[in-house]
Design a protein around this ligand. Structure first.
Ligand code: GDP
Ligand code: GDP
Length: 454
């Protein structure tokens, strides 16, 4: 299983526009004191505190989640470039370039009460080269009398200047409409809304005890429910009440009839597994605690992880485990399940009913991780510290920098790292491992992909 993590290492430029593509990115650039952070506050509706300027701490490229008329996007506040750096032009280019390169559109802020400066003009050259859509904002136009000042900014050659007052909110709604028009359509927000019972796949190779467990659950809870108000349940599924909640075990018709013992080359068993996993949100993979973890078990586990479903591993037939077996099983787990240390494990017996009541809480925990969203601010605070403490190794005199990250989606959680170049697979796995250490995601696969700026 050496190639294990490869499935989530795909560089995802092709993913743009797909349901799990990250929200489009808007960069806000301009000289210091033109009102960028005031504007960003305005754009994000002050739902998140924009970091105050602290001497010595750059506010460079801090991303925030924004949402306007139900469309979400990410605002990257670029701080200010240093107008009095020694090599001013280079400083401007370096500061703003990375942010602009990763952005889908740029808001270029100019202080209308000051007018266009030579620093602004230098920035315009760079903006033109980027070929990104640019919205020219004339800020600090606090009243109609100041509108004339904004007209002077036509001279920048970026088209119409849009007069606003970031401080008072004047014309900020119009600006948001312009921004949305300039950004590509974001992925739809799938979360929320009424939801039927949680869909669970009960999978594992033949004879691990799937039918026994389903029967046990049905018997123990006495109610295999036939319907839940307001939902239609596929006739091949079973509704089972566990721990006060109704769960939908998908594609259990075969289990109930116990056909899979008679029929069934492994090929058909694996098709059935794939179908059930696809239809489910979370999979319970049953393993036979009395037997070594086999290739076939591994294939079942792989199918769950590759499908991106939450995962609970149930070591069944625990009634047969003695101290001796326990010892070897621990070693096996360490060796065979090394690639999925995050999977939640329960030791059960479908035969005696041992610990079967632990299944529902385990499923809930796995699903919570599967749907977890890390706020962008929190994610980037953590990331900044991480890449500072452990930067990417230098290769051929260069090391790509990780600029920032966003969570592109949930179910499972997907993260996109925006970088100045491709990352080593090893470094990417390092970030992924640290991400888990920090935020958990117990019971859920996560995906980390890289978007290198062009
Ligand atoms: P940044 O360095 O570009 O992020 O600028 P700030 O957002 O920190 O703003 C610099 C100063 O300009 C602050 O004192 C703001 O209160 C002020 N400011 C920002 N927007 C406006 C505006 O629309 N009108 C006026 N009058 N002042 C503003
Ligand atoms: P399936 O093919 O995965 O559906 O497995 P079954 O439920 O048909 O079980 C296969 C065999 O294992 C049957 O003989 C069961 O009685 C037995 N079995 C299932 N669960 C347990 C358990 O927890 N302990 C023991 N000792 N036997 C079990």
């Amino acid at each position: 299983f050496d190639g294990w993590t490869e499935f989530n290492l795909d560089v995802d430029d092709e993913e743009a526009g797909q349901p799990h593509a990250p929200a489009p990115i808007l960069a806000v650039v301009g000289r210091p004191n033109v009102g960028k952070s005031t504007l960003v506050n305005r754009l994000i509706g002050r739902r998140q505190a924009v970091v105050e300027d602290v001497p010595g701490v750059t506010r460079d490229r801090v991303p925030y989640d924004a949402n306007w008329n139900g469309r979400r996007f990410t605002v990257v506040d670029t701080g200010g470039w240093e107008p009095d750096a020694k090599d001013r032009a280079a400083a401007i280019a370096a500061q703003a370039e990375a942010a602009i390169a990763t952005a889908d559109a740029v808001v270029f802020v100019v202080d209308a009460t000051v007018g266009a400066t030579d620093v602004d003009e230098a920035a315009v050259k760079m903006l033109r080269r980027s070929h990104k859509p640019v919205i020219l904002v004339a800020n600090k136009v606090d009243n109609a009398a100041l509108e004339n000042e904004a007209h002077g900014l036509w001279s920048l050659g970026l088209g119409e200047p849009h007069p606003i007052s970031a401080l008072h909110g004047r014309n900020s709604g119009d600006l948001l409409d312009l921004i949305l028009a300039a950004l590509p359509e974001p992925p739809p927000i799938i979360e929320g809304g009424p939801r039927g019972p949680r869909r669970v796949a009960l999978v594992g190779r033949p004879n691990v005890g799937k039918s026994s467990l389903l029967n046990r659950l049905a018997r123990e809870e006495r109610a295999v429910v036939d319907s839940v108000a307001g939902t239609t349940v596929d006739p091949v599924d079973s509704l089972v009440e566990m721990d006060g909640e109704v769960w939908q075990f998908v594609d259990t018709a075969g289990l109930r009839k116990r056909v899979n013992q008679a029929s069934g080359t492994e090929y058909y068993a694996s098709l059935r597994t794939a179908g059930a996993v696809e239809a489910a949100e979370v999979a319970v993979v049953l393993l036979d605690s009395g037997e070594v973890i086999s290739e076939q078990d591994q294939r079942v586990l792989t199918s769950v992880v590759e499908a991106g479903r939450a995962l609970v591993i149930a070591f069944n037939k625990w009634d047969l485990v003695d101290a001796d077996r326990r010892f070897y099983l621990d070693k096996e787990i360490e060796r065979e399940l090394r690639r999925i240390p995050w999977a939640i494990r329960v030791n059960i017996s479908a035969k005696t009913g041992r610990a079967v009541e632990k299944l529902a809480p385990a499923l809930r925990r796995a699903l919570a991780s599967w749907e977890k969203r890390i706020p962008t601010g929190q994610l980037n605070q953590w990331l900044t510290a991480l890449v500072q403490a452990t930067p990417h190794p230098v290769r051929g005199g260069r090391a790509p920098r990780v600029l920032f990250a966003t969570q592109a989606g949930v179910a499972p959680p997907r993260f996109v790292l925006f970088t100045t170049g491709p990352l080593d697979a090893g470094y990417q796995r390092f970030v992924e491992r640290k991400l888990r250490e920090e935020f958990g995601f117990e019971g859920s696969p996560i995906e980390v992909s890289v978007r290198a700026r062009k």
